[in-house]
Write a protein that binds this ligand. Structure first.
Ligand code: MG
Length: 240
């Protein structure tokens, strides 16, 4: 249980920062790319992100997150802000090699502890036009993103998502990550902060359980062998 939040669902947005889409050699998407994280992935400030054994590269993705304040269905873009109540820092932790191997992202995005979020702050108490986020790993800045750089700003996301599913009070929207995503390894400490709002800081630890992929060489569904966590297994930047 998170001390501040009990969302019915967590709706996330992929490839929502223009610079990051270009950095990956991709197009800015024509419409928002959305997916869900399970609420059981939520953890609070100070709790450990647990890396599943044998899962390969796991990345941080610092994001601006928003709490839905009112029931939303078929909302107009111009009214989207009226349905959001709070802003908070979030980390859309992603098993990157699994994301590349699977046709959809439920597994890559859905592990327990893969959604650290900070304490929500009322949007009435912040200058929303100046909202930006910064991600640090072990004290070094790795990502900086400003809301102006989003392909689809929050009101557009509310309009788009509410055409598909009813957004209910307490639901979370994670609005996508800027360029600079990278891997986490045990004993890292990752912090996502929003100046003027707050931060969520989490240690990274090796998680429990048996390895997902045995030394007998079990491969992914697309035939891509998994390599163990570590520099040798890392290549390229994130998908979104
Ligand atoms: Mg993300």
């Amino acid at each position: 249980m998170h001390p501040h939040l009990a969302p019915g669902k967590i709706v996330c947005v992929g490839r929502n920062y223009v610079a990051h889409a270009r950095e990956l050699g991709g197009e800015v998407p024509k419409e928002p790319l959305i997916f869900l994280k399970p609420t059981t992935s939520l953890i609070a400030d100070g709790e450990a992100i647990l890396l599943p054994p044998g899962i390969g590269r796991v990345d941080f993705e610092g994001e601006l997150a928003f709490v839905v304040g009112r029931r939303a269905r078929f909302v107009k873009e111009g009214e989207g802000w009226n349905f959001l109540s709070h802003v908070l820092p979030a980390n859309d932790v992603t098993a990157r090699q699994v994301q590349r191997a699977d046709d959809q992202w439920t597994r890559a995005k859905g592990f327990d502890t893969f959604c650290p979020v900070g304490a929500p702050v009322s949007l009435e108490e912040v200058d929303r036009a100046s909202l930006q986020l910064e991600t640090q790993v072990n004290g070094k800045t790795r990502q900086v993103g400003h809301m102006d750089e989003m392909a689809f700003p929050p009101p557009v996301l509310v309009a788009y998502i509410s055409r598909i599913m009813t957004l209910e009070p307490g639901d979370l929207i994670l609005s996508g990550t800027p360029e600079g995503v990278g891997p986490l390894v045990p004993w890292d400490e990752v912090t996502v902060s929003i100046p003027g709002v707050g931060a969520v800081r989490n240690p990274v630890r090796a998680g429990p359980g048996a390895p997902w992929f045995s030394s007998s060489g079990r491969e992914s569904r697309k035939g891509e062998a998994f390599s163990p966590p570590g520099p040798a297994g890392l290549s390229g930047r994130g998908e979104e």
